[in-house]
Design a binder for this molecule. Structure first.
Ligand code: NAG
Ligand code: NAG
Length: 403
């Protein structure tokens, strides 16, 4: 009996230790955040074990979380919802039910999930699209681009681009009653990366006559050259997206290659020949002083030329929109960049806001001091967070005024 009790106590202590992770003091609803973060960590460990046993790739394991969160496309009193295809890319489509009273706005949305996981049909994304559609009377096209593995860069980008280009054709816009002057791209995390890359490519595509009105970038990933920015250092172990997972996402975008992953983990994946690109992601130049904090700048260590030759995507602006030159940035539409303090990707967004502003693009940079990566999607269920509603309201408010 005594031994069993001891075991129980030990197990409880172990479980408590596992769930408990020190959180920043300013996060509201810390237990919800901690439990969610612990569940994701547990799933991560299971996925690692399954990979070690040769059962599946790590990312396939993580996709279980996506599967658990999927909801059917169900229309409600305000919005008609359907899973369909646009230009042969699968999308979840949200069309407002109320009489349009003229042409509507449209938002092409790319979900997050590190190019490897996530789905437009996850509860959080479904709710977010529904709310945007209803509140600003917009057609929302939420895109299910291909994921890694098995699909690698640039497949994700190509799907995102082709669906946007398809939608921007005047006969398609008029079929959905959309005003060609009021279309934007939007996305969070890896989806913010795709939205930014799509917006950049569109301004250089002579076949596209319709110009985007705006881009909405929610804690976007915008560069892979330097994975040792102050935000990576400060937030390496913060909830939802630890640095190790972000490194894994970046490397899987290009290949399942342990050599690439290890090079990225030690920030030595950029070859000497690419040194001329580093000023574009030089945080000591592009970050405001309060975000640089007490960190000292060190440029990334010189990496293996062979690795960069094998994975040219490492130096491609379609993967790292921060690598675009100013001439290209200048032509981008008005932008909202939302960043969170407790996020490895914080500085990517802040640097892009700085570079866009320098290029003369109207930029709103909203920085949430009390939020973490992924916060916007916690809109319902046992894991609902007040901060999610606050941040989504801010995005919707901006769209109402700028789209
Ligand atoms: C429909 O829209 C109204 C007004 O915006 C809102 O109060 C209501 O909650 C919406 N219904 C659903 C199911 O979201
Ligand atoms: C980064 O910027 C700092 C000053 O802003 C400069 O001293 C340093 O040489 C730059 N390094 C690179 C690689 O651009």
């Amino acid at each position: 009996m005594g031994a069993r009790l001891l075991c129980l106590c030990l197990l409880t202590a172990l479980l408590g230790y596992y769930i408990y992770s020190p959180l920043p003091e300013d996060l509201a609803q810390p237990w919800t955040v901690m439990l969610t973060s612990a569940s994701l960590r547990a799933l991560g460990h299971l996925a690692e074990a399954a990979e070690l046993l040769g059962l599946m790739n790590y990312m396939e394991g993580l996709r279980l979380f996506t599967a658990l969160e999927l909801v059917a496309p169900t229309s409600d009193e305000n919005v008609t919802v359907a899973d369909t295809e646009l230009g042969s890319v699968p999308v979840r489509l949200f069309v407002p039910r109320r009489a349009p009273g003229g042409l509507r706005r449209a938002v092409v949305y790319f979900h997050g999930g590190g190019w490897c996981v996530g789905d437009a049909g996850m509860r959080g994304y479904d709710l977010m699209s529904r709310r945007i559609s209803n509140e600003i009377n917009a057609v929302v096209v939420s895109v299910n681009y291909r994921l890694a593995p098995p699909h690698r860069f640039p497949a994700q980008f190509e799907d995102a681009y082709s669906v946007t280009k398809f939608f921007l054709q005047s006969q398609v816009l008029s079929q959905y009653g959309v005003d060609p002057a009021r279309v934007c791209v939007a996305g969070d995390s890896a989806g913010g990366n795709l939205a930014a890359a799509v917006a950049q490519q569109l301004v250089e595509d002579p076949e596209v006559k319709t110009k985007l009105r705006a881009q909405l970038l929610i804690y976007p990933a915008l560069q892979v050259l330097d994975l040792d920015l102050p935000s990576y250092r400060d937030n390496a172990e913060k909830p939802m997206l630890p640095r190790s997972l972000m490194v894994r996402f970046w490397s899987e975008y290009f290949a399942s290659d342990p050599a690439l992953r290890e090079a990225m983990a030690s920030n030595r994946h950029v070859p000497a020949e690419a040194a001329q690109l580093l000023p574009l992601v030089n945080w000591s130049r592009w970050l405001p002083a309060e975000m640089r904090g007490a960190h000292a700048y060190a440029s990334p260590a010189v990496g293996d030329t062979e690795l960069a030759r094998r994975y040219p995507g490492l130096l491609d602006p379609r993967a790292s929109p921060l690598l675009a030159g100013e001439a290209r940035l200048r032509r981008l539409p008005r932008t909202l960049v939302l960043t969170c303090e407790h996020d490895v990707l914080r500085d990517d967004g802040a640097m892009y806001a700085g570079r866009l502003r320098q290029a003369g693009v109207p930029v709103t940079h909203l920085h949430a001091k009390d939020a973490f990566h992924g916060a916007v999607t916690f809109l319902a269920g046992p894991l609902e967070l007040a901060v999610a509603h606050r941040l989504l309201d801010a995005c919707v408010g901006w769209l109402r005024e700028n789209l």
